[in-house]
Design a protein. Structure first.
Length: 170
């Protein structure tokens, strides 16, 4: 008489195959989610880099208006145009409104750029708008005399210790 060892297991191979397929599907879905999240992270990083660059360019334009004076800036400087290399994809537009009765000038700068990787003419246009107030520059008619009461003898001024150690003078 022939005896079989243990109970008969019918269909065990099919269950192992289903387990393997389920594991592969779960792994595939997990990898898809991870890759899509990393793609979004790269896109967000690129967008934040563009925004930081636009903020620096806006600050540069406002600094130019401040340094050259808001009162005559429009007559001697361009109010809009493309930014210089390597920022050619960015453009700027300035609007300066004179304040009434000694009020400060209202200066508005708009920096525009196309989204990275977007096709020209697509709706990937982005912009940053910064608005601030800048006081009028002092003119000889409204500036008090700021000359010292007596002339300054620069040779008689004490030399700082750091310049003495370096052997430097005036």
């Amino acid at each position: 008489m022939v005896r079989r060892a243990g109970p008969v297991r019918v269909g065990r191979r099919g269950v192992a195959l289903i387990d393997a397929l389920a594991a592969v599907i779960i792994l595939g879905v997990s990898l898809t989610v991870i890759l899509s999240l990393s793609g979004q992270a790269v896109s967000t990083q690129r967008s934040s880099d563009d925004l930081a660059t636009a903020a620096q360019l806006a600050d540069e334009q406002l600094s130019l208006v401040l340094a050259r004076g808001a009162d005559g800036y429009a007559s001697s400087n361009p109010m809009q145009g493309a930014c210089e290399a390597p920022f050619e994809r960015f453009s700027y537009a300035l609007a300066i409104t004179e304040g009434a009765g000694g009020s400060p000038y209202r200066v508005k700068v708009t920096i525009s750029w196309g989204a990275s990787g977007s096709v020209e003419g697509a709706s990937g246009e982005r912009s940053l708008v910064v608005e601030t107030l800048i006081a009028a520059r002092a003119t000889p008619s409204n500036q008090e005399d700021r000359q010292p009461a007596e002339p300054v003898d620069r040779q008689a001024l004490p030399v700082p210790e750091s310049r003495q150690r370096d052997g430097g003078g005036a």
